[in-house]
Ligand binder design. Sequence first.
Ligand SMILES: [Zn+2]
Length: 171
Amino acid sequence: MLSIARSYDNMISFYVQVSKIMKEYDEIFMREALLEAKKAYACREVPVGAILVCHDTVIARASNAVEKNCDASQHAELLCMKRGAAELSNWRLHDCTLYCTLEPCAMCAGAMILFRLKRLVYGAKDLRHGAIEVLEKPHEIHRVAYEGGVLVEEAKNLMQDFFRERRKEHV
Ligand SMILES: [Zn+2]
């Protein structure tokens, strides 16, 4: 009995280690997504950034470009998936994880299903346009795994600073 208990304890500690490594792994790429968000900030775009990772390699980067291109659909995560698909010459992103600093809107979450994205990792919740529930609904063709709250404070602070500055300009 003791040996069974011990191996069970070992198993738990193994899973704890794996989850820690996964967390650190996700944080490495989320920091890259935050760099993209900061680029958007510097261009007076809503500071959202995204990174697409395939087999441990960044294959695409993007930041919000709505103002620059005068196009409300130019969200970081959508641009990032488009660039990644072009890079792979394959619109099916079966082996890719998208890191985005903000929860996706309905358009981007829908696009994640269409692009057959494997996994989404996001930072802060988007109280205005967030639509993670799109990924919760069972879909007959594809299901995107997802996780939120990675480096949430950094992403949230960036958004708050941005909107605080914009409000000051309008006073
Ligand atoms: Zn979006």
